[in-house]
Design a protein around this ligand. Structure first.
Ligand SMILES: [Zn+2]
Length: 342
């Protein structure tokens, strides 16, 4: 069964269409020239309603048309199926996977407020973690990690396999209901704050072969309990603890250095990392693994975060070391894969 392209594309048209080569000036809510029927100055307008629509007083005769119509006119598609396939491809969803995953709008939850309820989040994260089991050879998580981190010999017990985790898309419109896209295998890792409280659950949605699942965002965090400071504690610290952004980098770095490495999920959370007080005095040295990321908007967020944390580590009385791979655009999982293939 095909993933519903309309569900995928709703409210995402400016991204999809700019990626298709349309200038982003055409997604403003103010009148301007029409991209299709000759320039004009004020005949055309975009509107963020009904999932994203456009109108031209000349070529659409003042009637709103949807993003599929815009995409088809831009790319010259004759059939809706071509535009739908284009949208699926934009989200990295390969038509050949259709038979393996049954994905559709299975159900809609009743309308609810979008405010995070910490107690509900905690109950949900605990329930999903309890439904998950230890990773064993051959399951989707084991296959995924073997793909991403060749040379991995053992999977930390803080990584679990969930055989059938729900994937919810955000509401199509404000005040609407989340949409259940399907159930998938998933890799789960818990996030703990500095006091050891469960505050996050990191989910990587997978197919049974151990590739990322065909969903808009294969990696997700929970709504959480409102804390944006946490670590995915992949191993027990000794006098040395490694920290980094991603789970795959953590496991690869741990394999290469033979030390426990915790994942902090993102550069901003890494920059704010705090050593839990129960490890005060035990951990003497912090090794910060950076993703040697490309320059974006004139910044290397990963390196800036590592430097920020190194400065803070010094104030905490820890020795610190920043380790980065040699080549820009690679991370440690890549490096590990390269050395394994030599
Ligand atoms: Zn027009």
């Amino acid at each position: 069964m095909l993933i519903n392209a309309e569900v995928l594309a709703r409210d995402r048209w400016p991204d999809i269409l700019t990626a298709a080569g349309v200038d982003k000036s055409y997604f403003r809510a103010s009148n301007g020239p029409c991209p299709f029927c000759g320039e004009g100055v004020d005949r055309y307008r975009w509107a963020n309603k009904h999932g994203g629509v456009y109108v031209c007083s000349v070529c659409t005769e003042g009637k709103y048309r949807n993003g599929f119509d815009f995409l088809s006119r831009h790319k010259g598609f004759q059939a809706f199926a071509d535009a739908a396939n284009y949208v699926r491809a934009h989200f990295g969803i390969n038509g050949s996977l259709d038979d393996q995953v049954v994905v559709k709008r299975l159900a809609q939850e009743p309308k609810r407020s979008t405010a995070v309820d910490p107690q509900k989040s905690l109950a949900r994260m605990t329930r999903q973690w309890d439904q998950a089991v230890a990773v064993t050879p051959g399951d989707a998580v084991h296959r995924y990690l073997c793909n991403r981190v060749p040379g991995v010999t053992s999977v930390p017990s803080e990584v679990r396999y969930h055989p059938s985790l729900e994937y919810w898309n955000p509401p199509a419109e404000q005040g609407g209901s989340p949409v259940l896209l399907g159930r998938f295998a998933a890799m789960l890792v818990r996030g703990f704050d500095v006091h050891g409280n469960l505050v996050q659950l990191h989910k990587t949605y997978l197919d049974q072969e151990g590739h990322k699942a065909p969903v808009p965002h294969a990696k997700k965090t929970d709504q959480g309990v409102g804390s944006n400071s946490f670590a995915l504690r992949l191993g027990t610290p000794t006098d040395t603890l490694g920290v980094c952004e991603g789970i795959e980098t953590a496991i690869a770095s741990s394999v290469m250095r033979n030390i426990p490495v915790w994942s902090c999920h993102s550069s901003s959370i890494l920059a704010n990392f705090e050593l839990p007080t129960i490890f005060d005095g035990l951990v003497k040295r912090l090794i910060i693994f950076t993703d040697s990321d490309e320059i974006k908007n004139g910044r290397r967020a990963g390196e800036e975060a590592a430097k920020t944390l190194a400065d803070r580590a010094k104030k905490m009385g820890l020795r610190s070391l920043i380790v980065r791979p040699a080549k820009v655009g690679t991370d440690f999982a890549d490096l590990c894969r390269n050395s394994a293939s030599v």
